[in-house]
Write a protein that binds this ligand. Sequence first.
Ligand SMILES: Nc1ncnc2c1ncn2[C@@H]1O[C@H](COP(=O)(O)OP(=O)(O)OP(=O)(O)O)[C@@H](O)[C@H]1O
Length: 642
Amino acid sequence: MATETFEFQVEARQLLQMMIHSIYSNKDVFLRELISNSSDALDKLRLEALRDDALGADVSDLHIALDADPQARTLTVRDNGVGMSRDEVVELIGTIANSGTAAFLRELKESGDAAAPAQGLIGQFGVGFYSSFMVADEVTLLTRRAGESQGTRWTSSGEGTYTVETVDDAPQGTAITLRLKPEDTEDRLHDYTSPWKLREIVKRYSDFITWPIRMAAAPTAEADDAGADDAEPAGPETLNSMKALWARSRDEVGEDEYHELYKHISHDWTDPLETIRLHAEGTFEYQALLFIPAHAPQDLFVQGYKRGVQLYVKRVFIMDDCEALMPSYLRFVKGVVDAQDLSLNVSREILQQDRQIQLMHRRLAKKVLSTVKDMRSAHPERYATFWREFGRVLKEGLLGDTENRDAILGVSSFATTHDKDQPTGLAQYVERMKEGQEHIYYLTGESRQAIENSPHMEAFQARGIEVLLLTDPVDEVWVDTAPQFDGREFRSVAKGDVDLGSEEEKEQAGTEREKQQEEYAGLLTWMAERLTEHVKEVRLSSRLTVSPACIVSDTYDVTPALENLYRAMGQEIPHPKRILELNPAHPLVTALNRGHAADPAAPELAESAELLHSLALLAEGGELPDPARFVKLMATRLERTV
Ligand SMILES: Nc1ncnc2c1ncn2[C@@H]1O[C@H](COP(=O)(O)OP(=O)(O)OP(=O)(O)O)[C@@H](O)[C@H]1O
């Protein structure tokens, strides 16, 4: 097939431009990226060969080789891994499949300024192969897919197009040759043909790679000087130790080595927040090395987000994103689990059913939660970052994982009326509880502001009782499962009756309430009849101090927000009628009562009752059953006052 020229996809072109104009100050990392890709390709080939006898690939000496030519100023990174077919080359190298990277580019474009905001953001995205263009002005990739006879050569200078041609004599695997830009140490562009430099970079970033990274021994200047004419040509040198970090003892491994492994498996360019090690002995032996990232990926809430950690069996890579090992609410955790007693052929389906795996899953989840707990007390700032990035996901665990519910509540934080800026833990909330307060109070809503202005808060504000302000959609759902913390129930301030205050106060309020009850009995019954389509009861409120009325739900009824949520998920649930509460101390309500006593049949009175109900709905941010009618009634009233 002749040479074909293709254009890069738009996003790919943008990314390349950023690479060429070098957004990373540290250009050495291009080698880490290429080695990382090669390592993945070798993992894939070993697994394919294991599963497919007929593949016919040579897997006897899988490795990565670095080949530098100082005269030609080229560096080649070669592997004899799985390689790519011609179609794969076009698809994988010419476009950006990673949705996180695509989303990031969009964000960058929207921000308008290509350079400035990039610095902070860019560190979060691995850009893999394209980083070659930081150090090279032309890149050639020669590859042959294992099991195929023809290979593919891809060449580009990173500018808008690339060429692809089919070749007959490509070795299996992938070789990437960089035509290096001139050295420019001021711009931290080093001489990447120098064996010393290559050795240093591999040691720093890729030491743990489980495949040998070899460098051909070039005749060095020192050897020439020594006049070692008769010296044996030295064999290739292996640059990395290849030791699996999770199998080495803790004091042998530096924190930065763990971090490099994290970057290798997560494609993240920033250090993780926390490193977790676990060594399980006994009948089912395994080692785990887990990481909590420092930031949430863009697609964490996108359906189909690839969750889970890598699974190894006896040091052999088996699969990425092994969801059987991590609950969905810990899907941000990255890492490696290496099990001793599984078959190399284990499938995802088998893993889901395996009892040992289920035990491992439970143990890992507990370990992550206890790490977060320790982090909270030992490094509050780190915990604050954790919560900001992952709190919303973690709370999903309150729905399904009843076994760990207490642990999850224990490491959760909530916005609170106690402090405008700092969220609170539940333990602190409980410590601050007023005398006689039995429950943990909360209100759910769209935003902090909407909740704070809700009439339901009035009595709590008046008494200085702390209320948790829950604004995440998931909050609507987990609070509904009636959890407890430290033996205290969670109570919505918008549900059921409230009886706040000391015993004495309650008694006093009780007597007064009986009196009011008598006074308002007629109005309440009449209004309940008028509004029967919308509410199941009209009663006097003990939660209002300023507003005339509010709407509340029965303690165990579904709230409107939860109803909407279910509906959005396609679940039809019955629509429970709610309760209208009136503030007997409000002039509007007392006037209504007088009006009712004077002439219960007055048409104006019925309209007023209707308006009051609508106002209560609006105050909590709800929707009116008939907005047009509300506007008409309201306009008529206003007309009289202007
Ligand atoms: N040496 C290689 N051998 C085989 N396939 C490769 C090799 N290098 C890259 N690929 C293929 O090209 C794809 C794109 O590589 P690239 O480095 O651009 O991104 P990535 O590694 O998938 O992800 P990230 O952008 O997060 O680094 C890889 O996922 C892989 O399928």
